[in-house]
Design a protein around this ligand. Structure first.
Ligand code: PMV
Length: 310
């Protein structure tokens, strides 16, 4: 297969999670971690068999009745191919339920692997649309940002529009911008934090719409900072965004600790990324400043990854 043919990319949201669900802008970028799927056919099983998958890429016993199975069933139905006799092996270096978009990356990888197995040509736009339907099974009301980055694998400015067609533009930075990812170690379901924010917004729409609009302003300023390669300005915007995510009550004690550790070790900005409530955070630094941040986070017992926006 061509390189990347059966991959779904993991992502971080640099600025704008949660408000993006309400039609505001957000910036997301792929990280060096992804999900890969392989399809084999010809077994006598009446239903598709999906290998379970884990952070280290190890394949466990096949699992049947879970969300991955429902996602695979939707994919075979939409692609118009028989599910019987199919085995899907999934390999991933992307941790699940951590705010790094693993479910969308899984859907994209499986769509690409199933399509390839049946010699079906499918455009990236169609892959992303179908992965969005898969995300609706997993998350309920996704904005569409996860499936978009999982498919295209490049940094984007994203906005969901009322007609359901996302507005997407590429973001190109003059030089790579280092990002340190920290895992809180607490798994969190995005559907839960999205539901919490929705209920708060329903009780007090004006109060929350104001916060969402403020976040939107940070995101647009962030696009400008990225295009200029201004890491210090990007960091400040991330810090303010974290304050507003805290106002939305989607942070957690572990995320707050990680953010504090990163800032103390010299990060120019730090915030949670993705759904929150646990999951992952990100910190930005000059290329020469990443080591002490990684060391401080690891020293406190957290798992970290170093990636870059490019
Ligand atoms: O937790 P993740 O990686 O699925 O990111 C979710 C981002 C949200 O804005 C909270 C939800 C969404 O659908 O955009």
């Amino acid at each position: 297969p061509a390189p990347g043919a059966h991959l779904g990319y993991g992502k971080i949201i640099l600025l704008g999670e949660h408000s993006v669900v309400y039609g505001h802008h957000a910036i997301a970028a792929p990280i060096g971690l992804s999900v890969r799927a392989e399809v084999t056919r010809g077994s006598s099983a009446s239903e598709p068999v999906i290998s379970d998958w884990d952070v280290d890429g190890s394949v466990r016993e096949p699992i049947r009745e879970n969300i991955s199975h429902r996602v695979a069933a939707l994919i075979t139905e939409r692609l118009g191919v028989p599910a019987a006799g199919m085995r899907v092996d999934v390999f991933s270096d992307l941790p699940r339920a951590s705010g790094l978009g693993a479910s969308a990356a899984f859907a994209v990888a499986v769509i690409r692997a199933v399509a390839a197995s049946f010699d079906i040509r499918i455009s990236d736009a169609a892959v992303s649309r179908l992965a969005f339907e898969c995300e609706q099974i997993v998350h309920g009301t996704p904005s569409g940002i996860d499936n978009t980055v999982a498919t295209f694998g490049r940094p984007i400015l994203f906005r969901k529009t009322d007609d359901g067609r996302p507005e997407i533009s590429d973001i190109v930075t003059p030089q790579p911008i280092p990002i340190i990812i920290g895992l809180s170690g607490v798994s969190a379901l995005t559907s839960q934090t999205v539901g919490l924010v929705r209920r708060a917004w329903q009780r007090n729409p004006r109060r929350y719409d104001q916060i969402f609009a403020q976040i939107d302003g940070l995101v647009l300023a962030g696009v400008d900072a990225l295009r200029r390669g201004d890491i210090a300005d990007l960091g400040e915007l991330m810090n303010i965004n974290q304050g507003l995510l805290n106002a939305l009550q989607v942070s957690s004690p572990e995320l707050e600790e990680l953010v504090a550790i990163a800032r103390r070790a010299g990060a120019l900005g730090a915030k949670l990324t993705g759904g929150g409530g646990g999951g992952a955070m990100i910190a930005v630094a000059e290329p020469s400043g990443t080591e002490p941040i990684i060391a401080a986070m690891r020293g406190a017992g957290y798992t970290t990854y170093l990636t870059e926006i490019r």
